[in-house]
Design a protein around this ligand. Structure first.
Ligand SMILES: *Cc1c(COP(=O)(O)O)cnc(C)c1O
Length: 483
């Protein structure tokens, strides 16, 4: 399996060659040159596999330059009951006939990103050890991604994480989750500004090529192909959980932001998994819904991006969307390059009058949007009817999924976070606090470890350099213990 860029400017590369890089050199995203095709016979032979064995079958087709035995060890180490709460890893719960919830949030940070990120942590450590290399991950977070990355990378040899977050702007739960990590390779940097300030600092540091190379700076954002690949697995697992034969078709509803999760569903469908519809749900930030309804892709400015009660879907442009357009365009990289030339200049594009739009129906993606009132209603109704409390993101997916489902086609709604992370909205909907999983009761009272800094890229660089140059120097971290 070799990988190409969506913009055509990268010579074919192996999986491990694209693993640690972010964007392709031409600014595009890495894509497998073809999708592995899974015949109905092979599909049936996978039906009884447990999660790690299924993950091995799927991932080995994309990561064929990792020796099979090693990959098996990596998936076996990642997908355990210990890390994900049950041997099933992603259990399916029936709500009513033909309506299911796929639980993706039982990993350490209680959100679906753990499923890919936990694997990425093991995979990075393995590849770096093999090459005698190291990596310093720099990122900015307003919540979920940062903690998921830290819990995946903590204690991993050859890896350090420097995670910027806006000081005092995350929820108490999210803050405690990140800042209570005591591992020596994790550095939380609380910036006295907003999330955009954090992101600007990451950009400034990453654009300094000399610094970037000297200190081996990398990222783990949602465009990482290994993350997408690891998310394909649970679409297959859920399909097997609700069907009896590969004659049956099912649909999925997916709360979407950066288009990573639903793109993995698209790849599963392209591989031959009998998916009828992929139902894309957005919140008030409806850039993707607008595209799938009208053909107009209109990325928003930061000022136009709204803060909502499903914050992990508050995006202004969807970073994995370029991959879908590459497929829609019949893998015409020149076309993608032309379209993203305008996106990169902050402009929109409109496919409604082009031949491409005529093909959109072949891909099975339909969409809808939700908002705060609908989300609260859905949480309340789901509790009343099924005695199940869902989080705000999952509620957006359920709301749109129920609107667009078809009679006789089972619908699986992806649960992307646990309600415990969004207590305010749950209280508003049902009048009581969501349950916390065992072990999280005391989270906010644990000692916290972080570094507080001004909005100043130079200061961040100096801090990173000091930690990387002299990794064993005693930490000067600000240590706080809440009483
Ligand atoms: C990241 C996230 C999403 C959006 O997923 P994408 O892959 O970015 O589309 C939805 N819900 C939750 C809880 C998330 O953390």
């Amino acid at each position: 399996m070799r990988y190409l860029s969506t913009r055509g400017g990268m010579s074919p590369k192996t999986f491990t060659e694209i693993l640690l890089t972010g964007l392709a050199p031409d600014g595009g995203l890495a894509m497998p040159e073809t999708y592995p095709q899974i015949s109905p016979t092979t599909l049936e032979s996978w039906r009884a596999l447990d999660y790690p064995s299924l993950a091995f079958e799927i991932l080995s087709r994309f990561m064929d330059d990792i020796p099979a035995e090693d990959l098996r060890t990596l998936v076996n180490r990642t997908y355990t009951a210990d890390v994900f709460g049950s041997k099933d890893v992603t259990p399916v719960q029936i709500l009513e006939p033909d309506l299911y919830l796929l639980h993706l949030s039982n990993g350490p940070t209680l959100a679906f990103k753990d499923i890919a990120m936990q694997f990425l942590g093991n995979l990075f450590e393995y590849v770096l050890a093999k090459n005698g290399d190291e990596l310093n991950i720099l990122g900015a977070t307003s919540g979920d991604t940062g903690s998921s990355a830290e819990y995946a990378m903590c204690g991993k040899r050859g890896i350090r994480v420097f995670m910027l977050s806006p000081y005092g702007k995350m929820s108490a739960f999210q803050t405690a989750q990140m800042f209570s990590l005591q591992d020596e390779n994790i550095f939380n940097i609380a910036i006295e500004g907003v999330f955009d300030d954090c992101q600007d600092i990451v950009k400034t540091v990453s654009n300094d090529q000399t610094f970037k190379q000297k200190y081996k700076i990398g990222a783990v954002n949602s465009i990482n192909w290994a993350r997408v690949a690891a998310q394909i697995v649970y679409y297959f697992k859920a399909y097997f959980a609700v069907t009896r034969s590969s004659q049956e078709k099912i649909s999925f509803s997916v709360p979407s932001g950066n288009f990573g999760n639903i793109f993995a569903g698209h790849v599963a469908r392209m591989m031959g998994l009998p998916i009828r519809k992929l139902i894309l749900a957005t919140n008030e930030n409806d850039v993707l819904d607008e595209f799938f309804r009208t053909g107009l892709y209109r990325p928003r400015s930061t000022a136009e991006t709204r803060q909502t009660s499903s914050p992990s879907m508050d995006i202004s442009k969807a970073s994995n969307f370029e991959r879908f357009i590459f497929d829609l365009a019949g893998r015409d990289a020149a076309r993608v390059k032309e379209l993203w030339n305008s996106v990169d200049q902050g402009k929109s594009f409109d496919l409604s009058t082009t031949g491409l739009w005529a093909k959109i129906g072949d891909f099975g993606i339909v969409s809808g949007t939700s908002n705060h009132a609908a989300r609260i209603d859905t949480i309340r109704e789901t509790y009343r009817k099924f005695n199940v409390v869902v989080d705000t993101h999952t509620a957006d997916g359920l709301k749109v999924g129920l609107e667009l489902r078809e009679p006789g086609i089972p619908l699986i709604c992806l649960e992307t976070a646990l309600p415990a992370k969004f207590a305010d909205s749950i209280r508003e909907a049902v009048g009581f606090d969501p349950k916390r999983p065992a072990g999280y009761d005391n989270l906010e009272n644990l000692p916290q470890r972080f570094e507080r800094m001004a909005v100043d890229a130079t200061q961040v660089k100096q801090f990173m350099a000091s930690k990387i140059d002299t990794p064993n120097k005693a930490s000067a971290s600000e240590k706080l213990t809440k009483s």
